[in-house]
Every structure is written in structure tokens, then in C-alpha cells.
Design a protein around this ligand. Structure first.
Ligand code: PLP
Length: 377
């Protein structure tokens, strides 16, 4: 085993590095092409064309029409919009979600409860999956909206979205999915899936931070979340962040073009990482249903402390996560691990290693070796 010396970033599910081509595509709009895309004069033409190109490029990547893509400030805003835009305060309609959602969804649901909308938080199975049958049973009580994530940010479990959407529609409910971890990483075709709304965030697919989009199927009864000017067909006010929108589209195109080869590489790294731990007789369990996002490796090590591992790895220049990234100060067992019933002798020793396109194959063995050295000390 060789001592790890260089920095290894293995927290791509928290955020991924900005792709160099996406950065290049952004530059003109951070410089000379600074015009306000909403203005009618010639100086606004290029930014306006860039917005149209970006909308069309994003739509093509997920099987949508251009006018079904609405730019937002990221995954959190898109989730809040999809959930809060469906209900009027005081309406007593029920909304259904799962216990393993990101806090952007869970806390939006809590707010809707304060406004009088009853909420149902479905428990997943031990792999983190809501079965369509379980959702169908919950829907017999009636609901206006179902929100279930495409892939979980902690354990990577991929939900049976097409079937979940179908049972929601059969019961007359709208279907939203938080696909923040999935877009650009696994194939997504909104037309085939039948979903009404989908949230995405650029920094999870090597785009810039603070930009995302909400797919809204034509005819979906959704109100704006942010009131103001007429941007985004009156659905999302605020001067468009043209540079970031262009960077997001360029990053998504590249991620989708490279999707299959990236997935293959990440699955190979997953095998190397887990086999290295097994060879060293580390007692761990793998979290998340077998159908998982490539790149997310969530393991619970018996008798270990995930927090201690995170800090010791950090001292060796390796960045990983001991829980959901947006919660990195929280050393409690995460809401996801609780919901899947992670065994108490393993759960505190949970870490999430998330490799991405920019990692080298050797990073998998290097991180595993570092984990083994720390545990055996
Ligand atoms: N939803 C999921 C599943 C996420 O993983 C994240 C970020 O970690 C978000 C929503 C929030 O996205 P953003 O950081 O763009 O607000």
C-alpha cells in the first residue's frame, strides 16, 4: 500500500467540478455579451439567442419541448416551485412524498403543512425504494401531488419513476420528481416517463453552481414561485443569468454525450473500491437498492465513525461525505439511513464516496487503501 499524497476529490454528489468546455461557453456572456436578454435592441440579440439555444439543448437531453424548460437558481428552487406552485394556501389537498427526499422537498412539504395541506411521508423499503403498490395504497386517500426523487443523493437508489408516475396519474395526482442527482448521469426521457415536473441542478453534472431548471409539462397547472417581470413566459421572474444558463446547457450536453462511458468507468471504480475493502476484511454493508447511480458508493462500516473517517481522510487530502452533503455539520444518523433501517452497529460508520467523470481509476484504490489504513490503525 502506498501512502496517499495528492488531493482526491470524492464528493461529486455534493458538487462536481465545472467542465472546461462549459466554462469556455460561459465566458462571452461574462464579458462583452453582457446585454439584458429581455431588451428589444441589437445588443441583446446574442444573449437572447444563447438562451434559446440553451433551452433547446436542455430540452433535447431529456426528451422535452423547448417551451417546457424553465430556468431557476438550482435544485432547491425548482423543488420548492414544483411543490408550492401546485397548492393555494388553505387548500386542503393532500401531497405525498417519501421519507428519503432531499430537505429541499421535505422542508417545502413542511411549509405546505403549515399552510393547511396534509402531507404523507411514505417509508421506503430497506433499499430506499417506494414500491408503486405502496404509493397506490397511499393514493386511495386522494392526493393532488406526488413528489418522489429519481435517485437518492445519499445512497444512489434509483426509483421506478415510470410506474410511480402511472399510479399517481391513475389516482388523478400530478407527479413531480427531484432528478437533481440523476440528470446527466442516467438516461431520462420525460415523455416516456410521463412525469409532469422534474427538477435539475447544473452543478451536479459539471455545470456552474446557482443555476438549474424545472421541466413543466405543457398544461400542468403550476403557479409561479417568484413574482416580478415577464421572464420565462411570466413563470419565473428575474433577469436571466445568461452565462450560467449557457454553461449549464453545455455541461448537460457533454454529460449526456459521455454518459455511457462515464457510467462504465464509475462502475469499474465502484468494484475496485469495494473489492479492495473486502480483501482487507473490512466488515461493511452496502446501502441502497442494487439499481443505483453510477459513482455513489454508500457504505456502513461496523464499529466505525463516519465522521472520524471523514476528518482523517481530509487530513490525507481526500474529500468524502459522512452524510448528505447539504448536511455536512450534522453528525446524527441521516434521515435516509433511519428510513431504510440501517443496523445500529453499522449506521454510525456510514460514509458516502462519490466519484465523478474527473476522477482517475486509481482514485478508487487510493481512497480504499486510505480507509483501510485508518481503520486498521
Ligand atoms: N435535491 C437533491 C437530490 C440534491 O442532492 C440537492 C443538492 O445536494 C438538491 C436537491 C439541491 O440542489 P441545489 O444545490 O442546486 O439547490
Amino acid at each position: 500500500m502506498t501512502e496517499t499524497k495528492s488531493m482526491i476529490y470524492a464528493d461529486n454528489a455534493a458538487t462536481a467540478p465545472l467542465d472546461s468546455d462549459a466554462f469556455e461557453a460561459m465566458k462571452p456572456y461574462l464579458g462583452q455579451e453582457f446585454g439584458n436578454a429581455s431588451q428589444p435592441y441589437a445588443f441583446a440579440r446574442k444573449p437572447k439567442q444563447a438562451l434559446a439555444w440553451a433551452r433547446s439543448a436542455i430540452a433535447a437531453c431529456i426528451g422535452a419541448d423547448d417551451d417546457e424548460i424553465f430556468f431557476s437558481s438550482g435544485g432547491t428552487e425548482s423543488d420548492n416551485w414544483a411543490i408550492k406552485g401546485v397548492f393555494c394556501p388553505g387548500s386542503a389537498h393532500t401531497a405525498i412524498t417519501s421519507q428519503t427526499e432531499h430537505h429541499a422537498v421535505l422542508n417545502a412539504f413542511k411549509t405546505m403543512e403549515l399552510f393547511g395541506c396534509p402531507a404523507v411521508y411514505l417509508p421506503p423499503d430497506s433499499g430506499g425504494i417506494i414500491a408503486p403498490g405502496a404509493l397506490a395504497r397511499a393514493l386511495t386517500g386522494g392526493a393532488k401531488l406526488v413528489s418522489i426523487m429519481t435517485a437518492n443523493n445519499e445512497i444512489g437508489a434509483i426509483a421506478p419513476i415510470k410506474a410511480l408516475c402511472a399510479v399517481s396519474h391513475d389516482a388523478g395526482a400530478l407527479f413531480h420528481t427531484d432528478a437533481v442527482q440523476a440528470v446527466g448521469h442516467i438516461p431520462i426521457d420525460v415523455s416516456d416517463l410521463g412525469i409532469d415536473m422534474l427538477s435539475a441542478s447544473a452543478h451536479k453534472f459539471n455545470g456552474p453552481k446557482g443555476i438549474g431548471f424545472l421541466y413543466i409539462r405543457k398544461g400542468t397547472p403550476l403557479r409561479p414561485l417568484i413574482d416580478g417581470g415577464a421572464q420565462e413566459s411570466g413563470m419565473r421572474a428575474g433577469t436571466e443569468n445568461v452565462a450560467s444558463i449557457v454553461g449549464m446547457a453545455a455541461a448537460l450536453q457533454k454529460s449526456c454525450n459521455l454518459m455511457h462511458q462515464t457510467a462504465e468507468k464509475l462502475r469499474a471504480m465502484d468494484r475496485i473500491f469495494t473489492e479492495t475493502l473486502r480483501r482487507a476484511n473490512i466488515d461493511f454493508i452496502r446501502n441502497g437498492a442494487p439499481n443505483r447511480l453510477p459513482g455513489i458508493i454508500n457504505i456502513s462500516i461496523r464499529g466505525a465513525s463516519g465522521e472520524m473517517l471523514l476528518h482523517r481522510l481530509d487530513l490525507k487530502g481526500i474529500s468524502i461525505s459522512a452524510g448528505a452533503a447539504c448536511d455536512s455539520k450534522n453528525t446524527q444518523i441521516s434521515h435516509v439511513l433511519k428510513a431504510i433501517g440501517a443496523p445500529p452497529d453499522y449506521a454510525p460508520g456510514t460514509v458516502r464516496i462519490s466519484f465523478g467523470r474527473c476522477n482517475a481509476h486509481e482514485d478508487a484504490e487510493a481512497v480504499a487503501d486510505a480507509v483501510i489504513r485508518i481503520l486498521k490503525r
